[in-house]
Design a protein. Structure first.
Ligand SMILES: [Zn+2]
Length: 279
């Protein structure tokens, strides 16, 4: 083993370089070489390469999650850099999927990044999700959030959910059959009822805290270890520096995952909500 060049595979199926890169995972009893191989075989779909998507992508890439699909049709704006740490000053004006892909590759060339430079909609969401093991929501608007929730449920993919605004954030994991976003909020709020980050502002670092929790949950799901953040919502307030946990269950009256579902197909939420989705 000692005489192998960095790219030759050792007895364990890892290259020497991989053994070094992932050594802090491999020595963990709950991960080991078997867990690291699982991570390398995992296909995760990230919705949005923005505030939440940035820390999620950075940590999943560093952890060696083998395939990262990124859905984003937006370009990097100077005002994004306050929190979207995948992108750098030189990237302003470039497509986010391209900038994200370069950053990820620079961290870990093992990661296969698939750029989905499309706007997620009712026509492509299920087909996209079907190609992955799990979905991580880094979107920042209600039309996309509902679309992601519904498509993940209909394609039976676990969904790592996150949201941020002002000085607060929340996160949870929706496992199909164990509750979804519509169990909590059956329909989107009317247009303009809740301000967006663009309108109301957000403390940039909040995205790092919530996004890092999302990354931890995604890695746990991939490894099949610990207790997923399922059936529990975590609310975070940076001003008080408090985390609050609220339990929830599948709502039998949920229009999507309830006993008598009324939603069996994806809805055109842009039209439904009357506001364009972005980021
Ligand atoms: Zn539900």
């Amino acid at each position: 083993m000692d005489n192998l060049s960095p790219n030759q595979q050792s007895w364990s199926g890892f290259t020497e370089e991989q053994l070094q890169r992932y050594s802090r995972h491999i020595i963990l009893k709950q991960v080991g070489g078997k867990g690291q191989r699982k991570l390398l075989q995992t296909r995760a779909l990230l919705i949005g390469a923005g505030g939440l998507g940035s820390p999620v992508a950075l940590y999943l890439a560093a952890a060696g999650v083998g395939t990262l699909g990124i859905v984003d049709y937006d370009h990097v704006d100077l005002s994004n850099l306050q929190r979207q740490i995948l992108h750098h000053t030189d990237d302003v004006g470039r497509p986010k999927v391209v900038s994200a892909s370069e950053t990820i590759k620079a961290i870990n060339p093992d990661v296969n990044v698939i750029q989905h430079s499309v706007r997620l909609d009712s026509g492509n969401a299920r087909e996209l999700m079907n190609q992955y093991d799990m979905v991580i929501d880094g979107s920042d608007n209600f039309p996309t959030r509902y679309l992601v929730n519904d498509a993940a449920f209909l394609t039976k993919k676990p969904l790592v959910h996150g949201g941020i605004l002002l000085f607060e954030g929340m996160t949870t994991v929706f496992i199909p059959g164990k509750g979804c976003y519509r169990c909590l909020h059956p329909v989107p709020p009317p247009p303009g009822a809740i301000p967006s980050c663009q309108e109301a502002g957000v403390l940039g670092v909040i995205t790092g805290i919530i996004g890092s929790i999302q990354a931890a949950e995604a890695i746990k799901l991939a490894l099949g270890i610990g207790e997923p953040l399922s059936g529990r919502l975590i609310y975070f307030d940076a001003l008080d520096m408090t985390f609050r946990e609220v339990k929830f269950r599948r709502n039998p009256k949920c229009p999507l995952c309830g006993d008598n579902p009324t939603i069996n197909e994806l809805v055109d939420y842009d039209y439904f909500c009357g506001v364009p989705s972005s980021e």
